[in-house]
Write a protein that binds this ligand. Structure first.
Ligand code: PRP
Length: 189
C-alpha cells in the first residue's frame, strides 16, 4: 500500500511560482547568445557547480553555439537546511587543467556569495586566462561577500526557492520552474 505522502507530487509543496518554464527558457536563450558572442574564438570552459546548476547548465550549453568544454566542481555549504552554514567545502575538484583557458562559472543561485567567492579564489589559483560568472538567480538582499556577476538571469526576493536544480533536503530539484516552498514544509518536525 502506497502512503498518501508518497503519492503527493513535489509541486504540491509550492506556495508560489516565481519564475515559470517559459521565462526560464527565454532568459537562457538570451544568456546563451550573449555568451557565444563574447567567447567566439576563445578556449571556453564552462565550470558548473554541482548539483544545483545541472538543469541550468544543460539548457544553457545548448544555447551557446560555439566550441566549449565542460568541467565540474562539487561544493557544499548548505546541507539539509534553508540557511547557509557559511562553511564551503570542495567535494569534487576539476577533472582537467584550466591554465590559460577562459573559464565561465555556471551557478544556479547567488545568495550570500560565500560559495562563489571561494570557487573563484580556487579557480584563479590555477592561472586561467579569465574567470567570469554566470548565475541564473541572484538574491541581492542576502549578500555578505561582494561578487561581480557577468551574466545574470533573474533577481529574486529573499524567499526560500526550490526547483530547476534547487533543492530543500535534496528534494524538488526536478521541478521545471522556480517556486517558493511552503514554509510548513521546512518548519514541520
Ligand atoms: C547552493 C547553490 C550555490 C550556493 C549559493 O548550493 O547551488 O552553490 O548554495 O549560496 P551562497 O551564495 O550563500 O554561498 P548548495 O550548497 O545548496 O548545494 P547544491 O548545489 O548541491 O544544492
Amino acid at each position: 500500500m502506497v502512503s498518501a505522502t508518497r503519492l503527493a507530487t513535489p509541486a504540491d509543496d509550492i506556495a508560489e511560482v516565481l519564475v515559470d518554464e517559459g521565462a526560464i527558457e527565454t532568459k537562457v536563450r538570451e544568456l546563451g547568445a550573449r555568451i557565444a558572442d563574447d567567447y567566439r574564438g576563445k578556449d571556453l570552459v564552462l565550470v558548473s557547480i554541482l548539483k544545483g546548476a545541472l538543469p541550468f547548465l544543460a539548457d544553457l550549453m545548448r544555447q551557446i553555439p560555439i566550441p566549449l568544454a565542460l568541467d565540474f566542481l562539487e561544493v557544499s555549504s548548505y546541507g539539509a537546511s534553508t540557511e547557509s552554514s557559511g562553511v564551503v567545502r570542495i567535494l569534487k575538484d576539476l577533472a582537467n587543467p584550466i591554465e590559460g583557458r577562459h573559464v565561465l562559472v555556471v551557478e544556479d543561485i547567488l545568495d550570500t556569495g560565500g560559495t562563489l567567492a571561494h570557487v573563484v579564489d580556487h579557480l584563479r589559483s590555477q592561472r586561467p586566462a579569465s574567470v567570469r560568472l554566470c548565475t541564473l538567480l541572484d538574491k541581492p538582499a542576502r549578500r555578505l561577500v561582494p561578487i561581480e556577476i557577468d551574466y545574470k538571469g533573474f533577481e529574486i526576493p529573499d524567499k526560500f526557492v526550490v526547483g530547476y536544480g534547487l533543492d530543500y533536503a535534496e528534494r524538488y530539484r526536478n521541478l521545471p520552474f522556480i517556486g517558493v516552498l511552503k514554509p510548513e514544509v521546512y518548519r514541520s518536525p
